[in-house]
Design a protein around this ligand. Structure first.
Ligand code: MFK
Length: 546
């Protein structure tokens, strides 16, 4: 046999991750590290095992069986091995429970776990995110009966007690715009609310509960008339007959995740809060799942870059390893710098979330969290697709071949910009946050993050881009159409400014112990430019679409 190329090896996701170690060293008090380290090491071990297992086995997808041999409706879903392992593994390592523990570090400690587990989970993290979001929204509602009923299951450390929750919003008539939702809530003769309708993307259909938007019978039109309901899906071991699974979706990626079309034929339901303003009530859930989205997008980037770097040391071309080829090395370093910015922003959101929820945050930090959450989601989602695509290309033809496991990274990454709100929907959401104290909070935070930096050149670029964004808002703020048309460019600019300033903070901290790599990431990131503003031109837009 002739030449055989060695494939990439996956470095231990926890032990080899300089960024996560530096972050936790900088932020966490030493006494919290011991228990956390044990969980992170175990999740890193699992991720490495799962990568090895996937390379030695045939990929599977969930299978829906709707009828048994005797004609009984069963709607049984067989899950992949990683999904079957999910409840045991995540409760043992307290993935969700950690995020709801007291103190400002709870969310940071939760998302460190999520980051290490995500790719190996085969998107079991999707229903976990929704369960976390449901717990957060139910807590925010103050509904004591639901808190007592659902939270002990959602946050359980015992797999036998653990429940997953879905988030049933999207219908055929609308995903981004839910205002025309057709699902109706009716009260039966016993006063029990029951849901009737069809939900079009139900990603946690194997779960035991869900939060669902529905229109109470007789309520008016529009989204203000929608209410948020809590439902349970199981009757002991059997799925409730009022919940029917019509089919599983055939998706580009996340194929191990059983996303279903369902209909509800009188499923019992309980209002989470008042019988209106359901979107407002579900917003805490959306903001939590968007944080998951950002952290998981960053985890996909980490995986893609780790494999691409390893391969560059094993693959020779033109007489030397790829890593020694100047253009290949430049390309990988460019990816690394962008990834480090995304990592810094996603984990800042995680830490801020914990500070706000624990009551440790200032009012400015609460406004900052409201703005950075959509910015982190929209920017990291797009970047994950770009970096995964670049990583595949760095393998040449092998990156296009299914059984290397590489194409899956790209196909899976394409979901990040779509679900939980597309890039444009999230850009518009960032305008909601900017209408409040968002920009002032961001400017204040950036000043603080830059305070210890000795990189004057980077500081000039960051403050210059922030000034340009502020001027853009001043110029277009009064004209809604123009503001919306430029919202994506504005959001990318603000996200990049925040990320660069966070890199500057990390570089200053690391520089004190002689660690120079974060400083290099800052310089390279800033050299890619921060300003993505566009001048909206409605006339040309009209001509181009005419
Ligand atoms: C592995 C990673 C894990 C990720 C998990 C993935 C799970 C995937 C499953 C899904 O994809 S579920 C579907 C997710 N669907 C969306 O994300 C919907 C996208 N559409 C939006 O985000 C719209 O902005 C939204 C439907 C939320 C609202 O649109 P509208 O009709 O223009 O709402 P409106 O009237 O502006 O807002 C209603 C209220 O909600 C307002 O408050 P008030 O009633 O007090 O005025 C808003 O301020 C508030 N609101 C909206 N978004 C908010 C928010 N409040 C806080 N935070 C937000 N993000």
């Amino acid at each position: 046999m002739g030449f055989l190329q060695e494939g990439p090896q996956l470095a231990h996701p926890w032990r080899s991750d300089r960024l996560l170690h530096d972050l936790l060293d900088r932020v966490l008090p030493a006494e919290r590290r011991a228990t956390l380290d044990a969980d992170l090491a175990a999740l890193g071990d699992y991720a490495q095992m799962a990568w090895q297992r996937a390379s030695e086995s045939t990929r599977r997808k969930p299978i829906l069986t709707q009828w048994d041999a005797w004609g009984r409706r069963v709607d049984r879903i067989e899950l992949t091995t990683a999904w079957q392992e999910g409840p045991q593994l995540t409760t043992r390592h307290a993935v969700l429970a950690a995020g709801h523990a007291p103190g400002e570090y709870a969310r940071l400690e939760e998302f460190a776990r999520v980051y290490l587990y995500h790719v190996a989970s085969e998107f079991y993290t999707c229903p976990l995110a929704m369960t976390d979001g449901a717990a957060t929204a139910i807590k925010a509602s103050g509904n004591a009966a639901l808190i007592e009923r659902a939270l002990p299951h959602f946050l359980s450390r015992d797999p036998a007690q653990f429940w997953l929750s879905g988030q049933w919003m999207t219908e055929n008539i609308g995903g981004s715009d839910v205002s025309h939702s057709e699902t109706v809530a009716r009260r039966d003769g016993d006063g029990q609310w029951r849901l009737h309708g069809r939900k079009w993307f139900s990603s946690a259909v194997v779960g035991e509960a869900a939060l669902a938007l529905a229109r109470p019978e007789g309520a008016g039109e529009g989204n203000a008339a929608l209410a948020l309901f809590y439902v349970e899906t199981m009757d002991g071991q059997r799925r409730k007959p009022e919940l029917i699974i019509d089919r599983l979706k055939d998706k580009l990626g996340t194929q191990e995740l059983p996303t279903a079309e369902i209909h509800l034929d009188g499923l019992p339901a309980w209002p989470v809060g008042e019988l209106a303003h359901g979107v407002r009530q579900v917003a805490p859930m959306l903001n939590v799942t968007r944080t998951w989205n950002a952290v998981c997008a960053v985890a996909s980037m980490a995986r893609a870059i780790s494999l691409a770097r390893d391969y560059a040391t094993r693959r020779q071309a033109f007489g030397r390893p790829l890593i020694e080829q100047p253009l290949h090395a430049q390309t990988l370093a460019d990816m690394q710098a962008e990834f480090e910015g995304a990592f810094a922003l996603a984990f800042e959101v995680a830490h801020l979330l914990g500070r706000v929820e624990s009551g440790a945050a200032t009012a400015h930090e609460a406004a900052l969290l409201r703005l950075l959450t959509p910015l982190a989601k929209l920017w990291t989602g797009k970047l994950a697709v770009k970096l995964c695509s670049e990583a595949l290309e760095s393998f040449g033809g092998a990156g296009y071949i299914e059984d290397t496991g590489l194409p899956q990274l790209l196909r899976d990454a394409q979901v990040y910009p779509i679900w939980e709100g597309t890039t444009n929907v999230l850009s518009l959401d960032s305008l909601r946050a900017l209408a409040g104290e968002g920009l002032a909070a961001l400017r204040l935070a950036v000043d603080g993050w830059l305070a210890g930096s000795d990189d004057a050149a980077a500081t000039t670029v960051i403050t210059g881009a922030l000034d340009a964004a502020t001027a853009h808002l001043d110029r277009h703020g009064a004209d809604r159409a123009s503001l919306e048309a430029g919202a994506r460019g504005l959001a990318f600019t603000l996200a990049r400014c925040a990320a660069a300033a966070l890199l500057a903070r990390q570089a200053a901290w690391s520089g004190r112990s002689g660690e120079r790599r974060p400083g290099a990431a800052l310089r390279r990131f800033v050299s890619h430019g921060l300003n993505r503003l566009i001048a909206p031109d409605a006339e040309d837009t009209g001509l181009l679409l005419g």
